[in-house]
Design a protein around this ligand. Structure first.
Ligand code: MN
Length: 497
């Protein structure tokens, strides 16, 4: 099974998304590390920037085959050839609706254009993929006719695009089956997600004999996007028993990189790479998962396989087993009665609609155990000041007692919050490598004087994650306090366990 990634082409056509050359190159390297077979780097004729990006990616010495997109026009193909791509992907509308309203050519003229384009690409010694755009709304006899015509002039592979996402899996299965009877070239599919069926249709096409699928990271793409790479690959590997060259342990980090560069947030409910994909809160589920993870997870797909971590989330649905495990991991020892009390307080907090952080759990446990905290905080914050504006680089300075020593540090950032958080991290010096794992900001009530509630999770080098929160009218102070709370809790845990 071959994986054709079009994050940098169709994915970049996501409304509102535009990637810089540096971002495209970084994504290209990550896709290569992930193990995709073919990378559609862009549409070189579209703009000088697009052309430059395809050229740079083609020169980068990646293992993946690099593909450029072209219409069935000589100038488009020449632009691809000039970028020195190994594969040219040429497309033309074959459905009546697109043929009549967008290019105004007869069916015969379209066949001639396609044949000439494929011939021209093959004359230049490149791999050629032909796409019958809007194939799934094209008259099937005509679709077969054009596929046979390009096959006769040496086309290497045919792509069947569900350009406007109107297929259902059973129809996709029948179409691919029918094409396979008439055309002997390998078949590829490109499915759109207008009805949420892009992945399902891709899988149906594979079941019917397609040997290549087009996907994007995070399902990016035009309108509702394309088939998501992570979902498609995990179904192929763990349910279908198919093989691809994807190193699935890099799926999560690849998703996060593309999320950051594209600015399109990944839903927490997204399969495989979403924050909740391996998270459990309800008592029945967490109990099951703590005994045997297969009870309330697919089993054949584990968080480790995709570079994720299993998370037990505390909240109003929490059960005793999850709370017991969380507080034991933090080094607290409670008896049954105290445990029930901790659980009750967590449910109370959850019922108020509050996220329950690790810091909350520890504070509750300490108060029930009668332990005094706050006395030996590792970082004792004294002063925070921030300068920001449009003529200076946002800069923050922080004064604090750290492990008994007074420290004053400063740092810059992209904005005041970033600068302040960078400064706080400087307090730890070289030795304390702590990574910001998660940052959530919520404004409670509507005005500009709204209470800002910040939840931060930090991770140390051993992979231990601790979350903490703070609420204030000042967004910078709320962020700094939350970070200091989380770091203090993390350091306290290290001393304890
Ligand atoms: Mn598309």
């Amino acid at each position: 099974m071959r994986i054709f990634d079009t994050t940098l082409r169709d994915g970049e056509q996501t409304p509102g998304v535009s990637l810089s050359l540096e971002e495209k190159l970084a994504i290209a390297m990550q896709l290569d590390k992930l193990g995709i077979d073919i990378m559609e780097a862009g549409f070189p004729i579209a703009s000088a920037g697009e052309n430059g990006a395809v050229l740079e990616i083609a020169k980068a010495g990646l293992d993946a085959q690099i593909c450029g997109l072209s219409r069935v026009i000589k100038a488009d193909i020449d632009a691809c050839l000039d970028c020195d791509v190994g594969m040219v992907h040429t497309f033309v509308s074959t459905s009546d609706v697109q043929r009549i309203h967008t290019i105004g050519k007869s069916r015969e003229e379209v066949v001639d254009l396609a044949v000439d384009a494929v011939q021209y690409i093959k004359d230049h010694g490149r791999t050629c993929m032909f796409s019958a755009m809007d194939a799934t709304r094209t008259d099937v006899d005509y679709l077969i006719e054009i596929c046979k015509a390009v096959e006769a002039v040496g086309c290497d592979i045919i792509n069947v695009p569900d350009t406007v996402g109107v297929m259902v899996p059973s129809a996709m299965y029948r179409l691919i089956e029918e094409l396979k009877r008439s055309v002997s070239l390998p078949l590829d599919v490109h499915c759109h997600n207008d009805y949420g069926l892009a992945v399902a249709n891709s899988i149906a096409a594979v079941e019917a004999g397609a040997t290549q699928v087009q996907v994007t990271i995070n399902g990016l793409g035009e309108r509702a996007g394309n088939a998501d790479l992570a979902e498609t690959v995990m179904i192929l590997h763990t349910i279908q028993g198919a093989r691809t060259n994807i190193k699935t342990e890099y799926l999560f980090e690849t998703s996060r990189m593309v999320e950051q560069y594209s600015g399109v947030r990944v839903s927490q409910l997204m399969p495989v790479v979403g924050e909740n994909a391996f998270a459990h809160e309800s008592g029945i589920h967490t109990h099951g998962v703590l005994v045997c993870t297969d009870t309330f997870e697919p089993g054949v797909m584990t968080p480790e396989m995709v570079g994720q971590k299993r998370r037990i989330v505390l909240g109003k649905h929490a059960g005793k087993h999850a709370v017991k495990q969380a507080i034991e991991l933090a080094g607290f020892v409670t008896n049954e009665e105290q445990l029930v009390e901790v659980l009750g307080r967590i449910k109370e907090l959850g019922d108020k609609g509050k996220p329950v952080t690790d810091a909350d759990l520890y504070a509750i446990t300490e108060s029930i155990l009668g332990e005094v905290s706050g006395k030996e905080q590792f970082i004792d914050l004294m002063e925070v000041s921030v300068m920001t504006g449009n003529i200076i680089t946002p800069t923050a300075s922080v004064k604090a007692i750290v492990g008994g020593d007074m420290k004053v540090v400063a740092n810059i950032g992209v904005g005041p919050v970033d600068a302040a958080l960078n400064a706080v991290r400087n307090l730890l010096g070289e030795g304390g490598k702590i990574r910001l794992h998660d940052f959530k900001l919520e404004a409670i009530s509507g005005g500009s004087d709204a209470l800002a509630e910040v939840t931060i999770a930090v991770e140390d080098e051993s992979g231990r994650i601790v979350s903490a929160g703070a609420a204030r009218e000042d967004i910078v102070l709320a962020s700094v306090e939350a970070l200091v709370n989380a770091i203090n809790r993390l350091i306290m845990l290290r001393g304890k366990v």
